[in-house]
Design a protein around this ligand. Structure first.
Ligand code: AMP
Ligand code: GLY
Length: 419
């Protein structure tokens, strides 16, 4: 397939990073983005449209391939609809997206397929959940459905566990997503994110990354979508083999057994406990901001890789990864992840030459950029060592300004290999 018209669905830093790489492909003729952001507006044509209308919009524009960035449209069945319109799409169908869309589905899937994960119990009512923790003690609490990163709580004591259950199951703060909860053993260890590209039969392991979920330095403050990331994280071959054999391969076998035709990304959120990997969660899309650190390291044509995956022809070869390190620092609006203001003019972008800038919550109006979200920009430094990548990233960060901007100053500090 040559001269492809391609649509990217999404509006975050992850999607701008995908757009950056797709834009470099020889196979691209024109790039469209729905709903896009200020960065994507410089790479392709940003168009408006609701998720439900995407297949028809794509047909009308002669779009030949769709890449879906975020999870929500996948869980809602966007990939199924596009396939009905005979448009190849990168992303699982609604059944496959249940790996992320329902924690109960994911946990039962892992149990059935002998995939290591924390012991768990599913509670369908508040009373049932309270009885369980009173009897068995403190557990991680996970709302069943999508919750935009707000659905998992690791409580410090029984009182706060009960408060969380009250908010999820009685006050219904997460809507229907919190009607059922998974209560699972709290694991202690080292966390790591692994990503595969798969067409359901074969898979390619992408470089591993680490994200920084807490808002403030030293991993303090509230959880966010991610305030920075680094890649690659070196993993010893012993641990990589365990991840491949016990987790990735069993997951793909399980999907095949359940006749789930999975074409896209599987993101494994793992915890290493005494050198053994356990799955904390599956996601059915790339991580944000992990993607912003990983994509600049990929040498291959990402559009070709994603397209071949979508048409079930994933090549049986590994991709080429540059022998470099990347460090991504997120610039956020003051107040994020709680209330924040938008519409602030962003200064200094034109002075950045040493780093890659991926936009997230930005808008371009008459050639100027304004903030339009909580996470605003991703500044990515690339270097021959993590330290040089980090230095570059922070040097570029110091050139950018907008009112109430904040960021973490410790991204990439003290990162250890996994051996
Ligand atoms: P999840 O969305 O399931 O990845 O959960 C969000 C975060 O909660 C993870 O990245 C972990 O830091 C933490 N977490 C989830 N499950 C557990 C668990 N069973 N034990 C300890 N921490 C957990
Ligand atoms: N960075 C975590 C996520 O994308 O879910």
């Amino acid at each position: 397939m040559r001269d492809m018209k391609v649509l990217i669905v999404g509006s975050g830093g992850r999607e701008d990073a995908i757009a950056y790489k797709v834009k470099q492909s020889q196979l691209l003729s024109k790039l469209y983005c729905i709903p896009g952001n200020g960065g994507m507006a410089m790479k392709g044509e940003v168009i408006e449209g609701r998720v439900n209308d995407i297949p028809q919009i794509a047909k009308d524009l002669g779009i030949e391939f769709i890449i879906v960035g975020p999870e929500a449209p996948l869980v809602e069945g966007l990939a199924d609809k596009c396939r009905k319109y005979n448009i190849p799409v990168f992303g699982p169908d609604a059944k496959g997206a249940q790996l992320e869309g329902s924690k109960v589905f994911a946990k039962n899937f892992m149990k059935k397929n002998n995939i290591p994960t924390a012991e768990f119990y599913v509670a369908s009512s508040y009373d049932e959940a309270i009885n369980y923790i009173e009897r068995y003690g403190l557990k991680a609490i996970k709302a069943d459905g999508l919750a935009g990163g707000k659905g998992v709580v690791i409580p410090q004591d029984l009182e706060s566990a009960k408060d969380t259950l009250y908010r999820f199951m009685i006050e219904k703060r997460l809507g229907t997503s919190g009607e059922r909860v998974v209560l699972e053993d709290i694991l202690v260890g080292r966390e790591i994110s692994c990503f595969i590209v798969t067409d359901g039969k074969d898979y390619i392991l992408l470089p591993s990354a680490q994200d920084y979920k807490r808002a403030y330095d030293g991993n303090k403050g509230p959880n966010t979508g991610g305030m920075g990331s680094v890649a690659p994280i070196a993993i010893s071959s012993e641990i990589e083999s365990k991840i491949r054999e016990r987790i990735i391969e069993r997951t793909l076998e399980g999907l095949e057994r359940e006749r789930i035709d999975y074409r896209g990304i599987i993101y494994f959120g793992l915890m290493l406990v005494n050198r053994d990997p356990y799955v904390l969660e599956y996601n059915v899309r790339l991580g944000d901001p992990e993607t912003q650190a990983i994509i600049p390291l990929i040498e291959d044509d990402l559009l070709e890789l994603f397209y071949e995956t979508a048409v079930s022809r994933l090549p049986k070869v590994d991709i080429k990864i540059k022998p470099m390190y990347s460090c991504c620092v997120v610039l956020a609006s003051g107040g994020y992840p709680e209330y924040y203001e938008i519409g602030k003019e962003i200064f200094g972008l034109e002075d950045i030459s040493e780093c890659i800038v991926f936009h997230a919550g930005t808008r371009m109006i008459e050639g100027k950029f304004y903030t339009a979200g909580g996470r605003v920009l991703n500044i990515v430094g690339i270097g021959e060592s993590l330290e040089s990548a980090r230095k570059k990233a922070y040097k570029c960060v110091s050139k950018i300004k907008f009112e109430n901007m904040f960021y973490r100053r410790d991204i990439g500090e003290g990162v250890k290999d996994i051996d």
